[in-house]
Structure formats: structure tokens, C-alpha cells
Design a binder for this molecule. Structure first.
Ligand code: GRF
Length: 219
């Protein structure tokens, strides 16, 4: 079997990217990251990728007239490496429908909330403001509507009485790093498929997300 070909899109610190690099190094993932693309030249994740000799690219949206032309520029980098999976890892730009359609069923995102709760930004603040007892993260395939595609795995964490955004975000991020590689593994091993847009795991409809709780994966 050939190594799976991955492309990772980032905007910031790239800690999820680092977790994926580590999962490849420790042989959890039989894959190679062929490109890391950032929309921000200052993204710390770029240095991290360069250290690993992964080709890095900056696509500066300010240089493009429209969302579509920006996305086209990214596609011109992505398509030559024929990715099995395009991974959004803290990528903070809304993608055009054309981009999403082009990579349909092989475009995946991680979002720091228990979707469908708290789509969009400031998820940790909202969990605290609403006095949620449980918060978490979701790995989902990308659909046309923001943070709305089918969810593969969710990780839960407790919200503690003295939590602030930073402490809660750190606890969630820690779990993000684990569940993202799990979902990527299921994808590249072909365990995940789509039947008429219905997400399937091992050829059976996945009607509710897998749950990563207390270091255990619940099917
Ligand atoms: C993560 O919480 C991710 O879910 C969100 O942005 C953060 C990015 O973290 N979309 P990093 O860049 O992977 O460290």
C-alpha cells in the first residue's frame, strides 16, 4: 500500500499540524504531508513544517480579488500532489463552494465545540457563558454550510468551575490532537466512505459521531 498523500491548511500556531506530523513519525499514520499551505505568512506552523522538510506555501488572500481566485490559487498547489485528504487545521478562512465541491468527501476540519453547538468563533467563551458542564471538539467533513458537515469523532472535556477561555481551550486542544489523527487514520485506511452523502464507517451508516471520552473511543 502506498502512503496516503495529505495536504494541511493552517493559519496559526499549527499545533494540530504538529500532532499529525507526530502521528506519522510514530507510525500511527501511514501518510506523507505533501504540502502545508497558510493564508498567513506569520503562521508559526510554517516554520514547524519547514523543519520537517515539508514544502510550505503562503497564499496571501490580500493579493486576490475574490474568494474564488484565492481558492483557485490554493487548488493549483494542492491538485498536483493528488491528495487523499485535505486537512483544515486551524485554517481561518471561509472556503468557496467550488473549492468545497472539488474536494468533496476528502476535505476535513476540526472545530473546537461539540457540533452542532457553537458553530463559528468564540466557542470556548460561549461554553463558559452558558455554564455548560461539558465542552469539546468535533472532526467533520466539510460541507457547503459552515461547520455543518457530517461529524466523524467528537471528544468531550469537562468545563471546570474556575475555567477561563485559555484553560478550557488548552484542555480541548489536547483532545483535538488525539481525535484528528484518529479520524485521518480511518479515512486513509478506507474505513470511512460516503453512500449518497451518508457517512459510513466500515460500510455501515455512521448515524452518530464516535465519542472520545476519558481516553476511550466509544463506537
Ligand atoms: C484549534 O482549536 C482548531 O480547532 C481551531 O483553531 C485552533 C487551531 O489550533 N479551528 P492550531 O493552529 O492547530 O494550534
Amino acid at each position: 500500500m502506498e502512503k496516503a498523500s495529505l495536504v494541511v491548511l493552517i493559519s496559526g500556531s499549527g499545533s494540530n499540524l504538529k500532532a499529525i506530523i507526530d502521528a506519522i513519525k510514530n507510525k500511527q499514520l501511514y501518510a506523507e504531508i505533501k504540502a502545508v499551505i497558510s493564508n498567513q505568512a506569520t503562521a508559526k506552523g510554517l516554520a514547524l513544517a519547514a523543519e520537517e522538510n515539508i514544502p510550505t506555501y503562503v497564499v496571501d488572500y490580500k493579493k486576490y480579488q475574490s474568494r474564488e481566485s484565492f481558492d483557485q490559487a490554493m487548488m493549483q498547489i494542492i491538485d498536483p500532489v493528488k491528495p487523499d485528504l485535505v486537512i483544515l487545521a486551524g485554517f481561518m478562512r471561509i472556503l468557496s463552494n467550488d473549492f468545497i465541491e472539488h474536494y468533496q468527501h476528502r476535505l476535513i476540519n476540526i472545530h473546537p465545540s461539540l457540533l452542532p453547538k457553537y458553530k463559528g468563533l468564540n466557542t470556548h467563551q460561549q461554553a463558559i457563558d452558558n455554564q455548560d458542564k461539558v465542552h469539546g471538539a468535533s472532526v467533520h467533513y466539510v460541507s457547503y454550510e459552515l461547520d455543518s458537515g457530517p461529524v466523524v469523532i467528537q471528544a468531550t472535556v469537562p468545563v471546570l468551575a474556575n475555567d477561563n477561555v485559555a484553560t478550557l481551550a488548552e484542555r480541548v486542544l489536547n483532545e483535538e490532537h488525539k481525535i484528528y489523527s484518529m479520524a485521518i487514520k480511518m479515512h486513509i485506511e478506507g474505513r470511512i466512505s460516503f453512500n449518497n452523502n451518508q457517512l459510513q464507517l466500515d460500510n455501515k451508516p455512521l448515524t452518530k459521531p464516535l465519542l472520545w471520552q476519558d481516553d476511550t473511543l466509544i463506537y
